[in-house]
Structure formats: structure tokens, C-alpha cells
Design a protein around this ligand. Structure first.
Ligand SMILES: [Fe+2]
Length: 399
């Protein structure tokens, strides 16, 4: 049982110990995995204005532009900007041709994630297994080739209009995919700026309709060989007015983790209901970005104008909570000043914080997470968090 770093992790100068700490990477036997997944390949977004979104992720989130496709490269349909931070790759697409698929997606869903692309060692093996298990194959395996080599690629349908493209880039050394050219930004960072403010993608949460969570857990178990992690059900995550059910599935090495939420019946509209209404169906709700210094990351994001959910002061002064979280690496006051939440389980603790929605609709947002042994998702914080989310929902008149 060995575990190899992905190319993007190597390029980002991450090592195995860091990744075990950052995202809870584990060793496992790939031979018994019917659908081996190496890790994340890219998160592909359809946005209303990719040119400006790219600027936002570069200036606020400290990401670097590495590749581009657009009219100048022969792609008359859309702009696509490829941004990286550590091992994280975002591809931001915005329609140029008024008939572009990107604009159709955007019209329905607003800014959102079209594709959670995964790196796999054997595209054909995965597709054969997925087909046998009844998955919808959106793209049959095929090669894309340019002067940098060949990428083997295919795609399967996931929840809503979301897909998983499967990519084997082991015979490719270009900046992203054939059709993309290397591109850098003229942006000048301040002298004190770190190389990056987050290093890896920890998890991507999917919201699905009421009654459909187990269907999607089954999809990831059966079709993609994912295993179940922590499980939250019913009252675990409920405020007086809204509730949700959540289960978490993960790839064998735990690099890829998918919590899946469905609304539960509450007295009022839950945050999952609000998402489903404004996203017009199931979709990716939040992305958790792993950082090894959440205090600095939050300070830099806030200085760049990113807004976070407020955490009530009572969260930090509550003696029960203080007792539960115990000792963490920084004084509680430092966390309180920034609104950073703490959760602890038998394996350790984690620090986390959530942004407000990053687009115009109350749908997609980010989480920052710094893990110290805990492989959880902040279950103990859900109550405090939901109360904060509900205050925001109420301000928007959707509660
Ligand atoms: Fe999360």
C-alpha cells in the first residue's frame, strides 16, 4: 500500500506528511478499488463574466493564472481561465458566443460548478465499471492530443447538471488540456504576499433534493467505489427552524471527499431549500479550501473584501463549548476576533470558517479549513453555523 503525490501536489512542493495533515490523506489498497481515483483534477465553473471572475480569484484568493482558452486560441465559444493555488485548479468559463452552453448553464444556475473533474489512472476501467453499474456516460473515453502529449478523458453525470470528467494526464505535460495555452497575469502582488493562501481542496459539498441523498450516496458507493465517512442524520444538524441530513463519501485515499446534503423538514425554509430554489436544482454548494494557516488566510481574504459569516460571541464564551474544544494552537481570542470555528473529535481538532455566497444568488460559498488530526467536517459547529446562516437568510427575506 503506497501513496503517490499527484503532479500538481509535487509542483506545489507539498509532501505526504503535509497532505495527511491538510486533507486527511490515507493509504489504501487500490487493487480492491473498482474505480480508482487519484485525486481532484479541476473544479470547472460556468460564470457570468469569467474575465472578471479570474481577476477576483487572483486578487482576493491569491490564485495564479496558468492557462487560457478563448477566441484568440481558436475557441470562439467561450473564455476559459485556468487558475491554480497549490494543488487546487479552478477553470472559469464564460460565454462569448451568445449561443454558448456556458450561458445556458449560467441562465439557469447562476455562477456555479459544471464539473468536478477527477484525476484517475485508468479512464477506461472507470467507465467500464460505471457503465456496468448503470451510470450515465456523458462522454465516452477518448484522447486529446497536442504538442505536449495526450490526455485520456471521459465524463459521467452526477447530481443535477453537474458532471465528473475523468482525466488521465500521465502522458501529458501541457499547462492544462489540449486547446489551452500557457498564460500568466500581469498582476503584481504586494511584497509581503505569500506564495499562496490555500494549498489543497479538502471537500466539495453537493446539495440534492429532499429524499435523494441516499440515492447519491449509493451512486458514489456503487459506481465510483467511494466509502462512507462520518454520517450526520436528522436532529444532528437542526436548529429550531431548519434542518438537513448529510452523509459523507470519500475516495479510497480520502483526497476526494463529497458530503451530500438534503433538506430535512423544519418549521421554515432551510438553507438547503434556499440553495435548491435559487440554483434551480441540485448542485455543488461549498468548496472547502485547506490551509495550513487559517488565521493569515482569513486576514488576507478579509483585507481583500471577502465577507464571512458572523459567529456570535456567545459561541466563544459558552463554557460547554470551551470544554469541548480544549486546547488549540492559538488563543481562543484570536479565533473569536476572526469568527473562526473550532471542532474536536476523537482524532484531533479542526478550525473552519465559511464565506458568504460568492455570487449574486444565495448558492455557492467557500469554507476555509485547517485540520489538526480531525477527519471530521465540523459537525459540532453546525448548530452555531446554521443559526448564523439563518440570520443571513432572514436579511434576504428567504426565511
Ligand atoms: Fe464543509
Amino acid at each position: 500500500m503506497t501513496i503517490d503525490l499527484t503532479d500538481s501536489e509535487r509542483l506545489a512542493e507539498l509532501d505526504l506528511d503535509q497532505l495527511k495533515q491538510l486533507v486527511g490523506l490515507v493509504e489504501y489498497d487500490t487493487k480492491s478499488d473498482p474505480f480508482p481515483v487519484t485525486g481532484w483534477d479541476a473544479v470547472v465553473w460556468a460564470v457570468g463574466n469569467a474575465t472578471q471572475s479570474a481577476h477576483f480569484y487572483m486578487t482576493a484568493f491569491g490564485m495564479d493564472l496558468v492557462a487560457y482558452s478563448g477566441p484568440e486560441t481558436g475557441n470562439r465559444d467561450h473564455h476559459a481561465y485556468v487558475l491554480e493555488s497549490g494543488a487546487v485548479r479552478f477553470v472559469l468559463k464564460g460565454g462569448v458566443d451568445p449561443d454558448s452552453f456556458i450561458l445556458d448553464h449560467h441562465r439557469i444556475h447562476g455562477d456555479g460548478i459544471t464539473d468536478i473533474a477527477l484525476e484517475v489512472p485508468h479512464v477506461d476501467v472507470c467507465i467500464d465499471h460505471a457503465r456496468a453499474e448503470g451510470a450515465t456516460i456523458l462522454e465516452e473515453p477518448h484522447d486529446l492530443t497536442d504538442e505536449h502529449g495526450t490526455v485520456r478523458i471521459a465524463a459521467i453525470a452526477a447530481y443535477g447538471d453537474t458532471r465528473h470528467t475523468l482525466v488521465d494526464r500521465s502522458k501529458y505535460d501541457g499547462p492544462y488540456l489540449p486547446g489551452y495555452v500557457e498564460r500568466r497575469s500581469s498582476l503584481v502582488r504586494p511584497d509581503d504576499a505569500p506564495k499562496r493562501i490555500f494549498q489543497a481542496l479538502d471537500h466539495v459539498v453537493g446539495n440534492v433534493e429532499i429524499g435523494h441523498m441516499d440515492e447519491w450516496v449509493d451512486f458514489y458507493n456503487r459506481i465510483m467505489g467511494f466509502t462512507n465517512m462520518a454520517e450526520f442524520v436528522g436532529d444532528d444538524i437542526a436548529t429550531e427552524y431548519s434542518a438537513l441530513m448529510s452523509k459523507v463519501v470519500a475516495s479510497g485515499n480520502h483526497r476526494v471527499k463529497f458530503p451530500l446534503n438534503e433538506p430535512a423538514v423544519g418549521k421554515r425554509k432551510s438553507q438547503i431549500d434556499e440553495y435548491l430554489e435559487f440554483y434551480r436544482g441540485p448542485g455543488a454548494q461549498h468548496l472547502a479550501l485547506a490551509t495550513n494557516n487559517i488565521l493569515d488566510t482569513v486576514d488576507r481574504l478579509r483585507a481583500a473584501g471577502i465577507e464571512f459569516l458572523d459567529t456570535p460571541d456567545s459561541y466563544y464564551t459558552d463554557p460547554e463549548l470551551r470544554a469541548r474544544i480544549g486546547e488549540v494552537r492559538v488563543p481562543i481570542e484570536e479565533l473569536q476576533r476572526r469568527g473562526i470555528l473550532v471542532d474536536r473529535d476523537e482524532d484531533g481538532y479542526l478550525l473552519q470558517i465559511f464565506t458568504k455566497p460568492i455570487g449574486d444568488r444565495p448558492t455557492v460559498f467557500f469554507e476555509l479549513i485547517e485540520r489538526h488530526g480531525s477527519l471530521g467536517f465540523g459537525k459540532g459547529n453546525f448548530q452555531a453555523l446554521f443559526e448564523a446562516i439563518e440570520r443571513e437568510q432572514a436579511k434576504r427575506g428567504n426565511f
